[in-house]
Design a protein around this ligand. Structure first.
Ligand SMILES: NC(=O)c1ccc[n+]([C@@H]2O[C@H](COP(=O)([O-])OP(=O)(O)OC[C@H]3O[C@@H](n4cnc5c(N)ncnc54)[C@H](OP(=O)(O)O)[C@@H]3O)[C@@H](O)[C@H]2O)c1
Length: 248
């Protein structure tokens, strides 16, 4: 617990939804949390709510698709804390559904989804890595989705196979899964653990058009908090939801 108390965590897209609950979960373990947000006022509002709950929280400007924000956020964290222990790449968008349907593809729509869900996570990780390397037990968690599982998507018994085809969001999460594996491979010698977390369906703004989603954002945050606080001998390069490993 003393180690957790000293830890600093950055969560992207933490002003609302699952990201906000991840910040709350890590904060309640005693971590200092940095709320990455593309609208600094919203981030400050979220950080103030976390502080009201007794959590040490601050906000930083971080649009993951911005050419400048990742480096500027890293510089701010460096000046404020001198290192980072946990990075959670949570920011994500689903994008316009019609533009992701085979036969109706809008390439700009696909580019926007990949810019946030894939290249945004890579840009933030690259900018933050020097700070993580100063931590005695750095962890990276990429928030993916079960929809990124090619095994589930092609399993005739899985309800995913009955979903409308999608060339944007689902493949973006498959790409994020693979990027997780590549970072894990590269950072294993430095004992930086990198894993992909599938929060499962949660009732957030993200799913507001989907009926029957009863799990909360806090439910989805649990596996992320778990992977962000793994012990030294914990897994790396894995893909997990709250029940265990997810097939790739
Ligand atoms: N909800 C689910 O059922 C579900 C299931 C599986 C996976 N996920 C994944 O979980 C993550 C969080 O989803 P959620 O349900 O919490 O969604 P949400 O309520 O829509 O929140 C998304 C968050 O990402 C932020 N964001 C979007 N684009 C960004 C950018 N360019 N830079 C920085 N922040 C950005 C949003 O900021 P703004 O407030 O500025 O828009 C918001 O804070 C996503 O990666 C999503 O793919 C969700």
């Amino acid at each position: 617990m003393d180690t957790e108390r000293a830890s600093i965590a950055l969560i992207t897209g933490a002003n609302r939804g699952i990201g906000y609950e991840i910040a709350g979960g890590l904060g309640r373990l005693g971590m200092t949390v940095v709320v990455g947000t593309r609208d600094l006022d919203q981030g400050k509002h979220a950080a103030a709510r976390l502080c009201d709950d007794g959590i040490d929280a601050q906000a930083v400007q971080l649009d993951v698709t911005s050419g400048d924000d990742p480096a500027a956020a890293a510089a701010w964290i460096d000046a404020e804390y001198g290192r980072l222990d946990v990075l959670v790449n949570n920011a994500g968008i689903s994008g316009a559904r019609l533009g992701q349907l085979p036969g109706s593809v809008d390439l700009d729509s696909l580019r926007a989804v990949f810019a946030t869900n894939v290249f945004g996570a890579v840009a933030v990780t690259e900018a933050i890595l020097p700070l993580l390397r100063r931590s005695p037990r750095a962890r990276i968690v990429n928030v993916t989705s079960g929809l990124g599982s090619m095994t589930r998507m092609t399993d005739p018994q899985d309800y995913f196979t009955g979903l409308q085809a999608n060339l944007g969001y689902a493949p973006s999460k498959s790409a994020l899964n693979h990027i997780t594996v590549q970072y894990a491979k590269h950072l294993a010698p430095e004992a930086i653990l990198v894993n992909a977390a599938d929060p499962g369906p949660c009732a957030t703004d993200f799913t507001k058009d989907l009926p029957g989603v009863t799990r909360t954002a806090a439910d989805g945050a649990r596996i992320v908090v778990h992977l962000a606080t793994l012990e030294e001998n914990g897994p790396t390069g894995g893909y997990f939801n709250e029940t265990g490993p997810v097939p790739w």
